[in-house]
Design a protein around this ligand. Structure first.
Ligand SMILES: NC(=O)c1ccc[n+]([C@@H]2O[C@H](COP(=O)([O-])OP(=O)(O)OC[C@H]3O[C@@H](n4cnc5c(N)ncnc54)[C@H](OP(=O)(O)O)[C@@H]3O)[C@@H](O)[C@H]2O)c1
Length: 449
């Protein structure tokens, strides 16, 4: 049951686990004429290193963004793993496999001889407030390693995703800014268990491991529902339709506390860099945009962007308060000719409750990553405004409303129909002092958020 851009004959071949070397190349060149999956290890004749990454969790928020980024990069070949086949046509193959099933992993991944990197972005399904299961998450990672390691003789690196929960950020106020060298918290979690598995398993091997620790990964792809930018944009559209100002729906404590986010493309660049920089081997790195925000400081610019007044903090449980707003959303979609996004796919309200109700500072220090040589950073306020502008351009949320405004005309001051101007948007380019950016030239320039 392999999904490779919906080409079923290929599925059977891959499922049999016999697709190796030349066969893989021949298959990929006929399947993806625009971008063949070349399985090369070490140095190609042209003198550049060519990596082949499998990305478990390729349909998730982080995995999809990472796969999209690497697939557009000439040094990387990507194979995604997930249970569900993606609906859209992708530039890389996705193998459908249940990572909890060791036999299925061996059968479907055992033939992938050219894998150099496992960039592990999967996480077992869970529903808050239930803790993410440790044993299932560790078993999933182990099953991937058991299947890939014997076949991929040239494997170089395994990268896992962690998060600021590694510092206990979900347990209550904690020591901030959190550093990678901080002691583990008393409560066990799956991040520690996966890291311990890699430490143990990589001992004496030629491959190394690393971990990234992002927080509040933010996406601008319209299809990704679990993104704070999308949540705020949909919330603003509904509030405006109801004639309400833009109130902060979380707690006053969260409104004023320090917080952090990371843009998915910056995170993808960091993961690629960490996973290939020898100096980063066998270590973990915090990865955020590099600045700290207070929602209280950003909210007025958000309201201005959406053409709304700033309202007071109005603490609600979004999952409950927004549960009955589907008719409002459908009305907005019809009225503004937006792309048809079912309400339950538009955003994940409980994710807003998770992000807006902490009431204490959430801060990770990113000095270690910068001192290791990766200097990309991003202005988080501008990132949000750019994501909102992208949603408008993609017809995900309404365009700016027409309004009467005073403008200076040739004859003096007059009334004229015009658009309310959003705050000036400069491209939120990655500021980098590192070789991290230069090492990864893009096929095009559009992936900066
Ligand atoms: N999102 C964030 O804001 C954020 C912040 C900090 C850290 N992180 C870390 O980033 C990592 C990825 O998080 P995420 O938010 O991107 O996760 P996610 O969106 O929930 O995606 C999870 C992925 O795992 C796959 N998966 C789950 N069970 C599977 C199974 N049995 N077999 C095969 N695939 C399975 C899912 O695909 P199928 O369901 O199709 O199988 C999906 O692709 C995690 O380590 C997380 O802690 C994320």
């Amino acid at each position: 049951m392999i999904s490779a851009c919906g080409r079923r004959p290929i599925m059977a071949v891959l499922a049999a686990g016999v697709l190796t070397g030349r066969a893989m190349r021949a298959w990929s060149e006929s399947t993806f004429p625009m971008k063949p999956v070349r399985i090369l290890v070490g140095f190609a004749p042209g003198g550049f290193t060519d990596y082949c990454a499998i990305i478990p969790g390729a349909s998730g928020v982080v995995g999809a963004g990472l796969a999209r980024y690497l697939a557009a990069h000439r040094d990387w070949r990507v194979i995604g793993l997930a249970r569900r086949a993606p609906r859209e046509r992708l530039e890389y193959p996705v193998i459908s496999v249940d990572l909890t099933d060791a036999a299925a992993c061996r059968a479907r991944l055992g033939g992938l001889t050219g894998v150099t990197h496992v960039l592990y972005c999967a996480r077992a399904a869970h529903a808050a407030p239930v803790k993410e299961p440790i044993d299932v998450n560790v078993a999933m990672l182990r099953n991937v390693l058991d299947a890939v390691e014997p076949a991929a003789g040239g494997s170089e690196h395994v990268h896992i995703l962690q998060g600021s929960k590694v510092y206990g950020s979900d347990l209550g106020p904690y020591k901030t800014p959190a550093k990678e060298s901080d002691a583990r918290v008393a409560e066990n979690n799956w991040y520690y268990a996966q890291e311990d598995l890699l430490i143990e398993r990589s001992r004496g091997k030629r491959w190394s491991w690393s971990a990234s620790r992002p927080h509040a990964v933010t996406e601008r792809e319209p299809g990704i529902a679990r993104s704070i930018a999308k949540l705020i944009a949909v919330y603003a559209a509904i509030s405006k339709e109801l004639g309400e100002p833009l109130c902060f729906p979380g707690t006053a404590g969260s409104f004023n506390a320090l917080y952090q986010c990371v843009d998915i493309t910056l995170l993808a660049r960091a993961i690629a860099w960490i996973s290939t920089a020898p100096a980063c081997a066998n270590q973990a790195f915090n990865v955020t945009n590099g600045d700290f925000i207070r929602w209280a400081n950003l909210w007025p610019s958000f309201a201005q962007f959406f053409g709304m007044h700033v309202g007071p903090v109005k603490t609600v449980c979004l999952a409950e308060a927004m549960a009955d707003k589907a008719p409002v959303w459908d009305r907005i979609v019809r009225k503004h000719g937006l792309r048809r996004t079912p309400y339950d796919k538009a955003t994940v309200w409980s994710y807003g409750d998770f992000n807006f109700r902490r009431g204490y500072d959430v801060m990770s220090c990113t000095l270690k990553l910068r001192q290791a040589g990766f200097g990309d950073c991003l202005d988080t306020g501008r990132m949000f405004l750019e994501h909102f502008a992208h949603f408008r351009q993609q017809h995900v949320i309404p365009r700016a409303a027409r309004a009467a405004s005073i403008v200076r005309t040739h004859g003096g001051v007059g009334m004229k129909k015009t658009f309310i101007a959003p705050p000036m948007l400069m491209p939120a380019v990655f500021m980098s002092q590192s070789s991290g950016t230069a090492d990864y030239p893009e096929r095009n320039q559009t992936d900066c958020c």
